[in-house]
Design a protein around this ligand. Sequence first.
Ligand SMILES: Cc1ncc(COP(=O)(O)O)c(C=O)c1O
Length: 369
Amino acid sequence: MPVPFLDLAAQHRPIRGEIEAAVRGVLDSQQFILGPCVEELERRIAVLCGTEYGVGVSSGTDALLACLMAEGIGPGDEVLVPDYSFFATAGVVARVGATPVFVDVDPRTFTLDPTAAAALITPRTRAVIAVHLFGQTADMDAVLALAARYGLVVIEDAAQALAARHGTRPAGSMGHYGAFSFFPSKNLGGVGDGGMVVTSDSARADRLRLLRVHGAREKHRHAIVGGNFRLDAIQAAVLLVKLRHLERWTESRRRSARLYCELLRAADVACRIELPQEAPGRRHVYNQFVVRCERRDDVRAALAARGIGTEVYYPLPLHEQECFAGLPSCGRVFASSARAAGTSLALPMYAELGEAQIGEVVGALAGAT
Ligand SMILES: Cc1ncc(COP(=O)(O)O)c(C=O)c1O
């Protein structure tokens, strides 16, 4: 039985009627940019995150970029970022003219190692971007303590972690800003690009709203230089429909993760591959279910031969990206992110994944490792 890595059609089929009605509503209204659907989504995401405000933006990347711009971070400033993440986490820092300072990750959770971060702080350090990688929050208690000590701005890159929790605190609510992505493969995915920033600081929310419309409070009057970071109404309407199902989908992902772990242990595969670990007190939402194994590329090929889709997130640590060559931190050794990049394998994971499909993947892994 083939098992696709991702199956967006399986998510769409049962809610197709609801989605089409929501899109028709926007078409009938002819209100395509911002407007009531976006405002409603902003309210609901803020409630979900336990924050005062949500500001809908054009993507997760622009969510991060707008946070840096809102803080006036730019040339001469340094921003701490984990060395192991999606490119945007560091790309946005370079785009505002600041310097990304790469930090090694925790070897178990793949998230930013706060002790390593502390050693890299200089008088130029302005902010830290903590990534809740694969759907599990970073070590936020330590990150927040470090940030408080050095007066740093904390941006949570929660693109993969909507509805994750750190103890009782929702992902996105702990720092000054939480940045989310609604890219179609995310736990709450639109029918195109979209994103949101959440914050409980009214001045920061105002500035983000201004930045997303080219810094114009009124037409043709630009108080600051911003961008076009607006979320469009069709995305918001679709996301509002999907949001009604998010909790059920999240629980389904968590059940699938437990089943993967049980079956991999029962098949004795768990001694040859490392399973993802949910740190105590955290609610992992498994945007990705990532195992680690030696001979990763051979294992991946063997699974592909049986029709099982996998992905490598991420094959190259950020400090090795060509565009960052020459940055001061590029010569350093990042043992954990290098190992993660060489051994990580993301297995099929989505709310609709069936038990038989999980059994199929585990059987294939047992044969391949
Ligand atoms: C960790 C992380 N940060 C940022 C982003 C950027 O989001 P987007 O693709 O919506 O721009 C993504 C999504 O791909 C991500 O996974």
